[in-house]
Write a protein that binds this ligand. Structure first.
Ligand code: NAP
Length: 309
């Protein structure tokens, strides 16, 4: 019987692991298919406090894991296939085997929604990115025309952020009206460096043969006119998909699938806690995920202490 199982090894999961391990709870930490989480897919992280010269995302996550293991966390490369949270202790099916646990911390993160283009996948990290704050300042994007895809708050935020580095930012949106909040939309459209490209979708990203981004192919959805737009980078901000499919019908989720905490990090199932991007549709930063992981660990620790009073 485990005291604490943590699902996910991004910033939230590994911070929860550090805290529960230091509390002598010997957490079992299950990685899922992307050990280290989304941060491992980016390059230099420049906004994690304590690293004035920046830190490689992969290295940051490795160091968090080492820190958790130093205090007794057991990190296992494993995928959770099913959960039974109907009664305590909870039962997880992990790579075909049953694992029983008194508490569960869900830190399964979220995935960037993709456009689904073959060229998008092949040029990822070669000019195609899903995070302006992570990658926007890279030398390859400086003083170059850049494309942002999407019309929501994220796309506006990405576009505004990129105006610091780019020569011009083309905001490609499939409609002629932004979905973003009024204030963000107004700020975005008022920025002289941002040029909206309305009613348009990206049909291809060039140039796979050169292994770098040189342009996007666009199609106007109203006129069907096709065109090419030269750029050095494509920032895709068409929303996120929380990794919560396992918990549908079990935990309270909002209409887009994010776990809705009841109080602090507690979910509607006592003993089950949540942290990080799978329950955060607003901030989605490494440091906020880490903070939520810390809070979930403290909540789980207190729940166990109360259970054994
Ligand atoms: P979002 O609001 O769901 O917007 C996604 C955008 O991508 C929409 O404009 C959508 O177009 C477009 N899109 C979706 N699938 C597409 C596809 N396959 N091809 C082309 N375009 C596609 O997502 P978000 O911007 O990530 O925001 C998520 C939540 O976080 C929102 O509630 C937002 O308010 C919040 N947020 C807030 C802030 C802030 O307050 N500063 C910042 C970031 C996020 P349509 O409009 O046509 O559907």
């Amino acid at each position: 019987m485990e005291k604490v199982v943590i699902i996910g090894t991004g910033c939230a999961g590994l911070t929860a692991a550090v805290y529960t391990a230091r509390a002598s709870l010997s957490p079992l930490v299950l990685t899922g298919t992307l050990p280290g989480g989304l941060l491992t897919t980016t390059s230099t992280v420049e906004n994690f406090p304590g690293f004035p010269e920046g830190v490689d995302g992969f290295e940051l996550m490795q160091r968090m894991q080492q820190q958790a293991e130093k205090f007794g966390a057991r990190v296992k490369f494993a995928t959770v296939e099913a959960v039974d949270l109907s009664k305590a202790p909870f039962t997880l099916t992990v790579d075909g085997e049953a694992v029983a646990t008194q508490t569960l911390i869900i830190a399964t993160g979220a995935s960037h929604r993709h456009l689904g283009l073959d060229s998008e996948a092949r040029l990822e990290k070669k000019g195609v990115t899903y995070c302006a704050t992570c990658d926007g300042a890279l030398p390859v994007f400086r003083n170059q025309p850049l494309v942002v895809v999407g019309g929501g708050d994220s796309a506006c935020e990405e576009a505004l952020y990129l105006t610091r580095f780019a020569s011009a930012v083309y905001l490609v949106h499939r409609r002629d009206q932004l979905r973003a909040s009024k204030i963000m939309a107004e700020r975005t459209l008022a920025n002289p460096k941002i040029k909206p490209v309305w009613d348009s979708v990206v049909t291809d990203i060039l140039d796979v043969t050169q292994e770098k981004v040189t342009a996007v192919r666009l199609k106007n959805v109203k006129t069907n006119a096709e065109s090419e737009l030269a750029c050095a980078g494509v920032f895709i901000a068409v929303g996120h998909v929380p990794n919560t499919q396992l918990f549908q019908g079990v935990l309270d989720l909002d209409e887009t699938g994010y776990v809705v905490p009841k109080r602090g990090t507690a979910t509607n199932v006592p003993g089950v806690f949540v942290a990080g991007d799978c329950s955060d549709r607003v901030y989605r930063q490494a440091v906020t995920a880490a903070g939520m992981g810390c809070a979930a660990a403290i909540d789980a620790e207190r729940y166990l202490a109360h259970l054994h009073q």
